[in-house]
Design a protein around this ligand. Structure first.
Ligand SMILES: Cc1cc2nc3c(=O)[nH]c(=O)nc-3n(C[C@H](O)[C@H](O)[C@H](O)COP(=O)(O)OP(=O)(O)OC[C@H]3O[C@@H](n4cnc5c(N)ncnc54)[C@H](O)[C@@H]3O)c2cc1C
Length: 425
């Protein structure tokens, strides 16, 4: 018998756009619930991770640099952590799968020193930054292991297509979707579509990438689905904070002062962000004695330099966008000076040479606003679902929220697409 989600007797196929935390969580859960058709994950980047990816280099095998999220913080409970049971019992349950990722060696608790810098440049041992509250975890050997762990839980049921930007969407009313590349060629045709990123649904593509329209908004005109229109209106109301991140690679013979800093993660409080133009500094020791340092700009600095992205970003590579060298260098110099200013009390000089300083711009690092309401995660008539850290609820704007939204979406999708109830976990 054809399933309710299938356009004919074949099992329903599904495409998930985005192999960040939310997309990988959806893939893992669909595989776990034995989604009967194909599951394909489409991703612009060279591998999984999205904003929780780890930068690596073919030429430099030892390099690992968490250039987006350095950590995962869980404000919901976590049964796996011995000794914290009393704290955990007061919290709502953690997203399932976390425990499995810890047990499988993909995630590990993080207990590095955290501190806060105030506007006078003074250090405080306690940071109450919302990105550091609750239980802290890090991908073992790099944050990308969070998504790799999720994909390993998904197993062979999920196929991945890296290095591919889905540029456009064509609805097939009542039947599903076609995914198109930048040349208008059909990449895939599926019964169900999941968007784990707002890129194809939000006006920022017109502002940041100069696209002439927003693909899903155009597609929605052919569908006449009030629920999808409502979801798109909620997504349109989102705004995004950017980050211009300076990536430093400090050679082993100069790494000592960095490794001796009294913190591994330094948060700047709001007045300090205003003064130093920085938000956070993450010190990441490498196994071979070198030290990677990721300097996160303030949101204001990123907004002022939005047009300058790192030439090595996935989107620049896939769309062959030019990145004027001098402007990029100028931003690198400004961030280097800001870093020296903020860490003036410690002997970190000299900064590494030009070649070991790079820029990574996140145009949409954090969503701001009310978020997509949970009730609009799935639009069954249009056969489309949404997940990601832009979904409202606990963990909004964080990895925890990206995972939780994927669980909630799959809970709704399985009964709608397969006529099968879901106990997601
Ligand atoms: C600098 C920085 C620091 C952060 N610090 C923390 C922190 O300390 N703690 C924390 O919990 N969170 C932190 N975050 C936020 C965290 O990284 C995100 O909440 C989380 O990674 C979001 O996951 P996601 O799957 O929702 O989205 P994403 O990671 O953005 O994944 C979406 C994926 O979709 C891909 N994609 C989009 N459109 C297309 C398309 N059309 N075709 C193909 N692929 C596409 C993108 O390339 C991307 O990989 C930080 C983020 C940044 C940028």
């Amino acid at each position: 018998m054809p399933s309710p989600g299938s356009s004919d007797a074949s099992p329903p196929s599904i495409a998930v756009i985005g192999a960040g935390v939310a997309g990988c969580t959806v893939a893992a859960l669909l595989a776990r619930h034995r989604w009967p058709g194909s599951i394909v994950l489409w991703e612009t980047g060279r591998g999984p991770g999205g904003r929780a990816a780890t930068r690596r280099s073919r030429e430099d095998q030892q390099l690992r640099l968490d250039h987006g999220a350095p950590l995962l913080n869980l404000m919901s409970g976590h049964r796996a952590t011995a000794g914290l049971a009393s704290t955990a019992s007061a919290m709502p349950p953690a997203p399932p799968l976390i425990e499995e990722l810890v047990q499988g060696g993909w995630l590990e608790p993080w207990s590095g020193a955290r501190a806060r810098l105030d506007v006078e440049g003074a250090l405080h041992p306690i940071s109450n930054d919302p990105l550091g509250e609750g239980l802290l975890y890090r991908g073992r050997d790099g944050m990308e292991h969070l998504c790799q762990g999720l994909l390993s839980l998904a197993g062979s049921a999920v196929s991945t297509r890296y290095g591919t930007l889905v540029r456009d969407l064509r609805p097939l009313p009542g039947e599903g979707w076609q995914l198109l590349d930048a040349q208008g060629r059909v990449l895939d045709q599926v019964d169900w579509l999941i968007l784990s990123s707002t890129l194809l649904a939000h006006v920022r593509v017109q502002l940041v990438l100069a696209w002439d329209s927003v693909p899903l908004v155009e597609a929605s005109r052919l569908l006449g689905d009030p629920r999808l229109d409502h979801a798109l209106a909620s997504i349109a109301a989102l705004r995004f904070e950017g980050r211009s991140n300076l990536l430093l690679l400090v050679p082993a013979d100069q790494a000592r002062p960095w490794l001796e800093l009294p913190f591994r993660l330094l948060d700047l409080d709001p007045p300090a962000q205003q003064r130093f133009h920085l938000r956070r500094i993450s010190i990441q020791p490498l196994a071979d004695g070198r030290c990677a340092v990721v300097v996160h700009s303030s949101a204001t600095f990123a907004a002022e330099h939005l047009g300058v992205y790192g030439a090595r970003s996935s989107i620049a590579r896939v769309l062959s966008l030019p990145s004027p060298q001098e402007r990029e260098q100028e931003v690198i110099e400004k961030l280097s000076a800001a870093l020296e200013d903020a860490l003036g009390a410690w002997p970190i000089a000299p900064l590494p040479p030009e070649a070991d300083r790079q820029l990574m711009r996140w145009a949409a690092a954090f969503p701001v606003g009310a978020g997509l309401p949970e009730g609009l995660l799935l639009c069954p008539d249009s056969r489309i679902g949404f997940c990601g850290d832009y979904v409202s609820g606990p963990g909004f704007g964080r990895i925890e929220g990206a995972m939780a939204s994927a669980h909630r979406l799959v809970e709704q999708l399985l009964p709608a697409a397969l006529d099968r109830p879901a106990m997601v976990g």
